[in-house]
Design a binder for this molecule. Sequence first.
Ligand code: KG4
Ligand code: ZN
Length: 353
Amino acid sequence: MKYSEKISGFEPKENAVIMGIETSCDETAVSLVRGGREVLADCIISSAPRHAEFGGVVPEIASRAHTSAILKAARSAAVEAGLSLADIDAVAVTKGAGLLGALLVGVSFAKALAFSLSVPLVPVSHIRGHIAAAYLADKNLKPPFITLLASGGHTAVLDVKDYYNLEVLGRSIDDAAGEAFDKVARVLGLSYPGGPNVERAAAGGENNVPLPKMLSHYAGGEFDFSYSGLKTAVINYVHGKEQKGERVITADVAKSFQCAAIDVLIEKAIKAAEMRGRKVITVSGGVGANGYLRESLEKRAAENGIRTVIPERRLCTDNGAMIAAEGYLQYMAKNFADLTLNAEAVVPLGGIR
Ligand code: KG4
Ligand code: ZN
């Protein structure tokens, strides 16, 4: 019987073990999650140190690193969970968005594994994966809620109406928040990945560098963001100081930028929750690993009677568990792919089901 015929009659089961595979950027991540909520294993092999000397991810290096790491990551995940491959009920994989060559490694591996085990292959949106990390952080979390999405590629506020229906309330009209962190890191001479290094530098600094407030009252869309002006303001400030022969206090610039970049995210997420009458805000994406964001969102939300669900740092940045969590939702809805599945570099926000 052909694979597609076998899978077409497949009935999902509630406590299925899903393997989640994520290779969209520089992390080769494989995880096993039971029932969409319980992380049994979470293996991440990062090629970040190999990109550091170039100041950003080099796609070809990332793809090759995935090729050599993927089998090891899958085996480690099975060992960590104390399971064999035969215990896997479905294979979920990031279809996009991301680096095409990098994505293709995960997609090809997932296809081969799903075929050899005769289990469903579940394509997952990377962004929906980030959002689903909240279901791992709070096992009782149910939509509706507002999510604040801030990663290297996307910045948005979304209304998660139910497990499948997302409404984008606002988004960045130019750079993403994480991208701005990475660019500011570069101008400050901090190494890749920029976000954590800016946060570290900011720890000893003062918020005393005048920077523009971004789109706090933007006519185009109340919940939209813009990071390119803020990034340029930081670059101009640093270059201006250097030209005058004045010392740049890295910690102060990092702290001031961090506050400007994050305060607006928090205020808009809270406003969105109020507008929609939502009682919970979750955090999705790599910038969610930032300590200042985590603390101030919790505090500001609590002041407004809103509960927060902020996944642990490891679940905010790229990982396989979030892909398995979202994969579980798609698996329950029988949104399976056949072996013609392809990767896509660009996936619309809220896309893939
Ligand atoms: O979600 P993610 O791991 O990958 C994408 O889907 O893009 O996000 C990566 C982004 C990078 O821009 C990185 O600099 C940023 O998240 N990031 C942080 C922190 N950790 C990662 N930004 C600020 N503070 C952090 N601690
Ligand atoms: Zn990501």
